[in-house]
Design a protein around this ligand. Structure first.
Ligand code: UD1
Length: 341
């Protein structure tokens, strides 16, 4: 068995897929999650894929006393992957304090306890949202950080700065900041996937629910952008590919002392796809039609952004490999499982 890793937000969408990959790679996993946007049954899904039930602590990372108790009761945690955060852009505009409190207090509490409990490194879930509307695509890690357009995006920028400042101050920890592009899809076993509460805000869960008849139709937010077909372009990355990058990042942090204390990587495929191309991919992969119409632009949307993943490809030795049609097939299989089809 390799080192013990704490995964905050480990019953969530990206968290649960990462727990599976950590366990597959031999790490021992402790999850902390307040179940505010996930369900404890996810633990059954993880166990049925890997044969191992991770230790689960139901608590809120903003509760410093609960976190301390977790570290006391689970000695020997060597690394943290921090997924615990609120992530809905629109909600963050309505409830900024909730976002600043959750996302920043969680991070501060974790950082504070790391030296005391001998935790060597933290992998942080950041986002391509820090780049704003890029001046040029693909975008690499040296591109300028643009002013955040939402409190959610601002929490990602501030979190990156908090980690950098803390390490600069001499804190004996390391960190890898992973800037995700658009994670989509589900585990190929259909045992775990994305479980949005209420009306999905993100494209793929809305698309699969529309295809399943749960939503009347998908609205494509705008077809008059300066893109080949007029709809917005993103870099959609399979969630299992993304999860695997976390395992590599953790290993690098724990095993190698020759690397910078803070490293930043874009995690994307390097390929931009439009909303309409994604719909076409889904229909091709599944044979199921997506009822959709063209609607107004969504306020705050970026026109086009896709990653230059060269640094992750070369330095981490990681590349996104799952073909988009496969990802869409998995997303659909998961939707069918959730709706009992
Ligand atoms: C947003 C955030 C990102 C965050 C992610 C996760 C920004 C700029 N981006 O990504 O930081 O990590 O959410 O929550 O803050 N679309 C439709 N119809 C729909 C839904 C979406 O056409 O019903 C389109 C959008 O206009 C966009 C694309 O699909 O072009 C992807 O949207 P979405 O899944 O919401 O992700 P982002 O906005 O790219």
């Amino acid at each position: 068995m390799k080192e013990k890793i704490l995964v905050t937000g480990g019953t969530g969408y990206i968290g649960s897929h990462t727990v599976v990959e950590l366990q597959n790679a031999g790490y021992e996993v402790v999850i902390i999650d307040n179940l505010s946007n996930s369900n404890a049954q996810v633990l059954d899904g993880i166990e049925s894929i890997t044969g191992i039930r991770p230790v689960f602590v139901e608590a809120d990372c903003t509760d410093a006393a609960a976190l301390r108790k977790l570290f006391e009761e689970n000695p020997g945690i060597k690394g943290i992957i921090n997924f615990a955060a609120s992530k809905a852009v629109g909600e963050s505009v309505q409830k900024p304090l909730l976002y600043y409190r959750n996302n920043l207090n969680t991070l501060i509490n974790l950082l504070d306890l790391m030296p005391e409990f001998g935790v060597k490194g933290i992998v942080f879930s950041s986002s391509c949202t820090v780049y704003g509307e890029p001046d040029a695509n693909p975008i690499d890690e040296t591109a300028p950080i643009k002013p955040a357009t939402s409190p959610y995006g601002n929490t990602k920028q501030i979190s990156e700065e908090i980690i950098e400042d803390y390490i600069k101050s001499g804190a004996p920890i390391k960190s890898i900041l992973l800037r995700y592009f658009n994670p989509i899809g589900a585990h190929p076993s259909s045992k775990i996937g994305e479980l949005p509460l209420g009306v999905p805000q993100n494209l793929v869960p809305y698309l699969t629910q529309a295809a399943a008849g749960i939503r009347k139709e998908l609205t494509v937010f705008g077809n008059d952008y300066n893109t080949p077909d007029g709809s917005c372009v993103r870099d959609y990355i399979d969630v299992v590919d993304l999860a695997k990058a976390h395992v590599i990042a953790m290993k690098r942090m724990l095993d190698r002392d020759d690397k910078d204390a803070v490293e930043i990587f874009n995690l994307g495929t390097g390929r931009g796809l439009s909303v309409l191309e994604l719909i076409a991919s889904f229909e091709r992969a599944t044979g199921v039609k997506v009822p959709h119409k063209i609607g107004e632009r969504r306020a705050g949307d970026i026109e086009k952004i896709w990653a230059d993943p060269k640094k992750a490809n070369e330095d981490l030795g990681w590349t996104a490999v799952v073909p988009i049609d496969e990802t869409m097939k998995n997303a659909w299989a998961w939707q069918c499982k959730v709706t009992g089809k």
